[in-house]
Design a protein around this ligand. Structure first.
Ligand SMILES: [Zn+2]
Length: 298
């Protein structure tokens, strides 16, 4: 099977992760801009981070046969540093229209503060004006209130629900998100409440429509193989293969391909890797023999 992981922070992961993902059938990913574990103190750090997402990381993924896309946005946590937040929002348009940017994200609420609300609204308006998809992060505490508020504000700003992906849902929020008409994404973390087992039950109960599975793997304890592992468990539990494919491949592609920034034909064909390529002067190799696949004949 092939998979698409629409939420993963690859800058925090290793080349071994890329190799394992590729072996497991992960063909493409979306890396939303997020915080980096400690607050950034100046605009330049954001600029370099966004540049990495559209530049080096995209190249690095390609060296393992994985199509890398990203979402650009100011995360909710750092929206609370209001002076810096204003400066970051000013540079967002410089990155939001680059090749491979499929959404504004991940944005939304963390503590559900006024400052977060201002940054969220600003970015929703930006997305609406530019007809972009939005990836919404939901808070870990007070999740239900955060999601209801995210949906209400998006509706108020006029972002179409077909362009809104609410992430990190659970059993208590899935109906709110689906009833609103938005896409409902679920993050599968190892050794936590929202694991693969519960994901199987959710798909068995609600069906595959508008449901998306992702790993949100980052610098914390997380698993870049969450999507293929969850798919394997779903098949084992008797969920139809076509439904498994929708929640681990088709739905995310349908949602984010609205950006026009996903090459669906390329994703459909076997990846071709050429590790003799360079980004600037740099390669992912450290003296190893480069992998160079034969081009696939048309
Ligand atoms: Zn994330």
């Amino acid at each position: 099977m092939r998979f698409f992981d629409p939420h993963i922070h690859m800058v925090s992961r290793t080349t071994d992760d890329y190799a394992a993902m590729s072996r497991a059938g992960v063909r493409g990913v979306i890396e939303p801009a997020f915080w980096v574990g400690q607050p950034r103190t100046n605009l330049g750090s954001f600029i370099d981070y966004f540049s990495t997402l559209v530049g080096w990381e995209r190249f690095r993924a390609s060296q393992f046969g994985i199509a890398h896309h990203c979402a650009i946005g100011l995360n909710s946590k750092e929206a609370n540093d209001e002076g810096l937040a204003r400066a970051v929002l000013e540079v967002l348009p410089r990155f939001a229209f680059k090749e491979g940017v499929v959404a504004v994200g991940e944005i939304g609420y963390d503590e559900i503060s006024e400052a977060e609300d201002r940054a969220y609204r600003w970015q929703l308006e930006f997305a609406r004006e530019n007809d972009m998809v939005v990836m919404v992060h939901s808070p870990h505490r007070d999740k239900k209130r955060g999601i209801l508020r995210s949906l209400d504000v998006a509706r108020e700003v006029g972002v179409p629900m077909t362009k809104l992906v609410i992430d990190h849902n659970n059993e208590e929020t899935v109906e709110d998100t689906l009833d609103a008409g938005a896409w409902a994404a679920f993050t599968i973390y190892p050794h936590t409440k929202m694991g693969s087992e519960r994901m199987c039950e959710l798909v068995a109960r609600y069906g595959p429509e508008r449901i998306i599975v992702d790993s949100s793997a980052d610098w914390g304890i997380s698993d870049p193989l969450s999507v293929p592992k969850t798919a394997a468990l779903m098949l084992e539990r008797g969920i139809a293969a076509a439904d498994v494919e929708r929640v681990t491949w088709g739905n995310a592609l349908e949602a984010y391909a609205q950006s026009g920034q996903i090459d669906l034909d390329a994703l459909d064909s076997t990846p071709v890797v050429d590790q003799t390529r360079l980004f600037g002067e740099n390669s992912v190799l450290r003296g190893q023999q480069p992998r160079v696949d034969e081009p696939i004949p048309n």
